[in-house]
Design a protein around this ligand. Sequence first.
Ligand code: FES
Ligand code: FE2
Length: 396
Amino acid sequence: MTSDVVTDREQRIRRALQHLRDETTDQVDDVVRFEATEFTDPDIAARERDLVFGAVPTIVAHSSELARTYDFKNVRLPRNQVLLTRQRDGGVKAFVNLCRHRGALLEDEACGKRRLFSCPYHRWSYDIDGSLRTITRGTTVGDLDPSGLGLIELPCEERHGFVWVVDRAGAQIDVAAWLGPQMDAILAGYGLEGLLCVRSESFAEPVNWKVMQDAFLDGYHIQYAHPNTAGKVIHTNVMAFEDLGDHCRFVAPRKSIDRWLEEDPGDRSLVDYVTETHWVGPNSTLLKQPDHFQLLTFRPHHQSPTHSVMEMRLIVPSAEAAGMDDAHWSRLWEKNWQILLDVLHSEDFPILRRSQEGLGSRSAGTMVLGRNEVANHLFRRTIQRLVAGRAESDEV
Ligand code: FES
Ligand SMILES: [Fe+2]
């Protein structure tokens, strides 16, 4: 990490500390009013699937989830059922998980290892590079050129230890261009490609994906919704924020920073006294903790505006890199993971499910996003900008 990056981080932490002393926080210029239909309207949801997920790269896996050739992973994206495969040359490819014969779901397992994908319906088979290998009883099927019947490929790129996909065949992918020079440099500085995804889980919730994403950019709810967990550790409604275009980051002070409220910390590093949150647009929250990362990803359901899938990942240094024996390392992350699950299931999800029910009221009236909810404003701005675009067609 360069000294500029370190100085910059320390300055942002000091800005958060000053907010804490002054009982202030970063703010946007104006309050925004919004309608419940943003979270319930099927037409808006369809536009988001096409113009957000079908247009820009989103994270679909950590590279360590497909570590070796022949590893695969299934992922339901908003527009396509997707199969990721690790290639012989070390790259990753993404395909629509659908047999080109009569459209059976080619691979049913969530993840695993395959040298060949073999269709359960009439046993056509495909190589991991997507090419059609066998047409069973081919002479009876007729004259077909297998080269035109490979799996449909989706744009896929591996960068900063993540696999990114644009959920539309024929689209371009350029992750660096989407991230912009600042977020690209921030992620490059973390060395995420050298870490391991030690736990991951998907949660299908009856909640619009933006309601879900909003909750994980929100520093205003902590002491109220999490009084006995996060609220004890992290300060509420105090943020030093940076707008990075279609992305952002912010530091929030931990309660342990209180010892420096009166006393000048001087030049000492304050990194252990904050959590640093990154919003990697359009749908991911990356939390940097002192010794690991947590990635939260949100995707709309492929049809319903009121359902979504959240994925949570714990991304950590290997036992060897951390200088820990395997048993200690496993126990540490298992404990950490259980705490995270517990907070999600008992504190966040119930509130969010009930929010979605509330938003279904036909006379909901307008609601308000406060000036203090800075990251939520930026999320909303990015999605609105993308949704205002023009839909491209799928080229397959
Ligand atoms: S649908 Fe796959 S082989 Fe027939
Ligand atoms: Fe929360």
